[in-house]
Design a protein around this ligand. Structure first.
Ligand SMILES: *Cc1c(COP(=O)(O)O)cnc(C)c1O
Length: 393
C-alpha cells in the first residue's frame, strides 16, 4: 500500500493479496489449514512466520489478513487483529493485558455487554473497576490510581450520545501509564481520529457500520504493532475468538463502500435532527451534530460529524414511544445499528432492560427514549415516515 493514499483509496485497495490467478475481487480462502513443501519449511514457519505465511486459521488466514490490513490503513493504525464479534474484541483487549491487582477506570455509559465484562467478569479475577461520568474530566482525574492499567470508554455513547474528550482523558491515563481503550462504534472508522488524539487501542464491532448490511458478527482491535503482536495475538491464538475467513471477506468487501455509506447516513441523520427539533411531543432530541448538543464544539473538533444515530425522548413516556415504534412503516424495530435499513430501538425495554431503574435514570435512559439508527433510504421518505409516526405517538 502506498503510504500517501488517502483513506478512501486505502478502503478499496489496501491489504489486497492476489493469488497466482490475478483475481480482481479479493478471494475467500475458506481453509483452516495450510500445506508446507517440506518438513523443514513447516518447522521454519512455526519458529517465525512472516505476514504472508499462515499456519492455522485461528492464528490467521489470507482473507482475514486482508481485512486487518485494510482497516488498519483506514484507521491509521500500525496493526489490527480481527475477532469473532465486537464483544470478543472488547473482552480480549482487557483480558489479554490485565492481571490480579490491576485497576480499570471506565466511563459509566456503556453498551450493556461491556458493562457485564467490567462489572461481573473482571472482579472475579481480582481486577477492580471504577466507573465515572465520562463527560466530567474532574471525575477522571480523581478516580485514576497508580495501579490503573486500562481506561475504557465509548464515544459517542449509546444511547444518549454523550461525547468524551479523548485527548484530555488520554493525558490523564498516560500519567500513570494506563492504556486507553475506546469502543469506537458510534464514531465509525470514517470519522474517528482517536489514535491521533492519544488513544492507544481502538475497537469496533464490525457487525455495525463496517458490515452495514446486517449479515455477520465481527470485531476488530487496532493498535500499534507491539500491542497487537505481543499482547493480543498470543491471547487470541490460544483462546479461540478469531474471525472466520468468510466473515472477514464480507467485512473486507464492505470496507470499499464504508465511507460512502456512512457519509450518506450521517447526512440524512443531520436532516432528520433538524426536522425533529421543535416537535412538540418530544422533550429531547439528541444529535451530536446539532448546535444544541451540550458538547457540539467538542464533537466538531473530535469527530467532525454528528454520526449516523440520533435519539428522541417522548414527553408522554413509554406509551408514546411504543405508539411511535408501532406506527413506523419504513424504519424497522430492531436493535442493530449502522445498517442500510433504518432501525428504531427502545433501549429501556430491550438493549438496556437489564439495568436497574436507578442506573437507567443515571444514564438518561428514560421510558420515552427511542434510538434511531439512520440507514440508506431516501432521506425524504425517512423524514416523512418518522414525522407521521411522531404524530401518532
Ligand atoms: C454492538 C456493540 C458492541 C458489541 O458488538 P457485537 O459485534 O454485537 O459483539 C460493543 N460495543 C458497542 C458500542 C456496540 O455498539
Amino acid at each position: 500500500m502506498d503510504q500517501n493514499w488517502k483513506p478512501r483509496t486505502r478502503a478499496v485497495h489496501g491489504g489486497s493479496r492476489r493469488s497466482q490467478y490475478g483475481e480482481l475481487s479479493e478471494a475467500i480462502f475458506l481453509t483452516q489449514g495450510f500445506v508446507y513443501d517440506t518438513a523443514e519449511s513447516a518447522e521454519a514457519r512455526f519458529i517465525k512466520a512472516n505476514s504472508d505465511e499462515f499456519i492455522y486459521a485461528r492464528y490467521g488466514n489470507p482473507t482475514i489478513a486482508m481485512f486487518e490490513d485494510r482497516i488498519a490503513g483506514i484507521e491509521g493504525a500500525e496493526d489490527a487483529f480481527a475477532t469473532a464479534s465486537g464483544m470478543a474484541a472488547v473482552s480480549a483487549s482487557l483480558l489479554a493485558m490485565l492481571r490480579q491487582g490491576d485497576h480499570v477506570l471506565s466511563a459509566r455509559a456503556l453498551f450493556s455487554s461491556c458493562l457485564f465484562v467490567l462489572e461481573e467478569i473482571l472482579p472475579r479475577f481480582g481486577i477492580s473497576v471504577t466507573f465515572v461520568d465520562g463527560t466530567s474530566l474532574d471525575q477522571w482525574k480523581q478516580a485514576i490510581q497508580p495501579n490503573t492499567k486500562a481506561v475504557f470508554l465509548e464515544t459517542i455513547s449509546n444511547p444518549t450520545l454523550e461525547v468524551i474528550d479523548l485527548e484530555e482523558v488520554a493525558k490523564i491515563a498516560h500519567q500513570v501509564d494506563a492504556k486507553v481503550i475506546v469502543d469506537n462504534v458510534f464514531s465509525t472508522p470514517v470519522f474517528s481520529k482517536a489514535l491521533a488524539l492519544g488513544v492507544d487501542i481502538v475497537i469496533y464491532s464490525s457487525t455495525k457500520h463496517i458490515d452495514g448490511q446486517g449479515r455477520a458478527l465481527g470485531g476488530i482491535i487496532l493498535s500499534n504493532q507491539e500491542f497487537i503482536r505481543t499482547i493480543i495475538e498470543p491471547y487470541m491464538k490460544h483462546t479461540g475468538g478469531s474471525m472466520s475467513p468468510f466473515t472477514a471477506w464480507i467485512m473486507l468487501k464492505s470496507l470499499e463502500t464504508l465511507d460512502l455509506r456512512v457519509h450518506a447516513q450521517a447526512n440524512s441523520a443531520q436532516k432528520m435532527a433538524e426536522v425533529l427539533y421543535g416537535q412538540q411531543k418530544l422533550k429531547r432530541v439528541i444529535y451530536p451534530g446539532h448546535i444544541s448538543h451540550d458538547q457540539f464544539d467538542l464533537v466538531m473538533k473530535q469527530i467532525g460529524s454528528g454520526g449516523t444515530v440520533l435519539s428522541i425522548d417522548f414527553s408522554d413516556g413509554q406509551g408514546a414511544a411504543f405508539r411511535f415504534l408501532n406506527s413506523l412503516k419504513v424504519a424497522k424495530i430492531s436493535n442493530n445499528l449502522g445498517d442500510a435499513k433504518t432501525i428504531a430501538t427502545h433501549p429501556a425495554t430491550t438493549t438496556h432492560q437489564r439495568l436497574s431503574k436507578d442506573r437507567k435514570d443515571e444514564l438518561g435512559i428514560t421510558p420515552g427514549l427511542v434510538r434511531i439508527s439512520i440507514g440508506l433510504e431516501d432521506s425524504e421518505d425517512l423524514i416523512d415516515d418518522v414525522l407521521q409516526a411522531v404524530k401518532k405517538a
